[in-house]
Design a protein around this ligand. Structure first.
Ligand SMILES: Nc1ncnc2c1ncn2[C@@H]1O[C@H](COP(=O)(O)OP(=O)(O)OP(=O)(O)O)[C@@H](O)[C@H]1O
Ligand SMILES: [Mg+2]
Length: 350
């Protein structure tokens, strides 16, 4: 009897303050392919920054999203970011397996800016230098309490959290798997969400640092709602550029631009901190993703304010997909919104 060979697949679930994104990727020999995708908007106050304010609404919407996309889904890869997570980087002697874990734990205890008993740890080996026999380790520590709350939420949706990743790594994963990284340019991956903007820096072709800025498109949402006196549904439409026939475009542009002060100064501050910490003169390239990359007028305005060449990420660039799966959504248009979910779904299936 011949059994059909089933591809291993992983589901990435990105729980954002504005919307839930789900991507299921099959991990085949020839690369990745999308086998399910869904986006579902949340009520604007259900999650604010990294605080879940309306747990019932979040659970209901996650379950509805699963039902809509693939009711058989049980195992998911999720991510956390923001105040619950701390990252740090250090170099130690090259080791593998349990020995590496021991050494990383030891190093963490020596330098931890937090009580090691209060956090769950994970690490990524950024690079190993064979010549000097050293490896560079990136440490991710999540507050146990925060992580626990998150895991319980996922379990209460009837799902199993396979892996809890960090937004920044997911964004980097999605970028690395879709683009040739130019090692000569310092690149900032800027993922503009509703409440948080994650910045991930790459230099010499490798991960360098990550930073979250507490600003996103919510300010713009509020400004549009106020200025045009729209209900939440129409405000969301206006932000997606779906109201071009019914609202004045010059006024829309002016409203969007006037609500970006916090976002732009947050990004500028993060950039200057990164440059001074790492003795880097210039950030050469910006790769924009998240919902902010889709807002009318915003990418152009950012580029002109920051004076850095900017490209909009397409995390579906190297991935096979059937456009029919996206139903009414246009894949090439909404792709930047899926960066985190795609990066999560690229995690190896267990
Ligand atoms: N097709 C779309 N579906 C959902 N949101 C969209 C769409 N197009 C543009 N957006 C905009 O994306 C913005 C939210 O971005 P994003 O989805 O990246 O944030 P989030 O992940 O929900 O929030 P956060 O990361 O801060 O928790 C909103 O302002 C929304 O208007
Ligand atoms: Mg997000």
């Amino acid at each position: 009897m011949i059994f059909p060979r089933r591809n291993k697949s992983t589901v990435g679930l990105d729980i954002g303050a504005n919307s839930l994104k789900l991507v299921k990727l099959d991990h085949g020999k020839g690369g990745y392919s999308v086998s399910a995708i869904g986006i579902r908007e949340l009520p604007p106050e259900a999650i604010v920054a990294d605080e879940i304010r309306d747990r019932e609404a979040v659970i209901f919407n996650i379950q509805s999203l699963i039902d809509q996309t693939d009711p058989k889904i049980k195992d998911v890869v999720v991510s956390i970011s923001g105040h619950g997570v701390i990252t740090d980087k250090f170099t130690i002697d090259k080791k593998t397996g349990p020995e590496a874990e021991q050494a990383i734990l030891f190093e963490t205890e020596q330098r931890a800016p937090f009580d090691i008993d209060d956090v769950s740890l994970d690490y990524h080996i950024i690079k190993t230098d064979e010549e000097v026999n050293k490896m560079e380790v990136l440490l991710v520590a999540a507050r146990k309490e925060y992580l626990q709350m998150y895991l319980e939420l996922i379990e209460d949706c009837g799902l199993r959290p396979l892996v809890v990743d960090d937004d920044a790594f997911a964004i980097m994963n999605a970028y690395e798997n879709n683009y040739e990284i130019d090692p000569t340019r310092v690149t900032a991956l800027v993922n503009i969400g509703f409440d948080v903007t994650n910045i991930t820096y790459l230099s010499e072709g490798l991960f360098k640092a990550t930073r979250d800025v507490s600003a996103g498109t919510r300010e713009i949402y509020n400004a549009i709602q106020r200025e045009f006196r729209l209900n939440p549904e129409l405000t969301a439409k206006a932000l997606k550029g779906e109201m071009s026939d019914s609202i004045d475009q010059d006024m829309l542009k002016a409203t969007i631009i006037s609500a970006t002060d916090e976002l732009i100064s947050g990004i500028e501050m993060a950039f200057s901190y990164f440059k001074s910490q790492n003795k880097i003169d210039n950030i050469d390239w910006l790769v924009l993703s998240g919902g902010g990359a889709l807002l009318p007028y915003l990418p152009e305005f950012l580029q002109s304010k920051l004076s850095i060449p900017l490209e909009i990420a397409n995390p579906l660039r190297n991935i096979d997909y059937d456009p029919e799966l996206f139903q009414y959504l246009q894949p090439e248009k909404i792709a930047p919104l899926l960066s985190v979910a795609i990066g999560l779904a690229m995690r190896k299936a267990r």
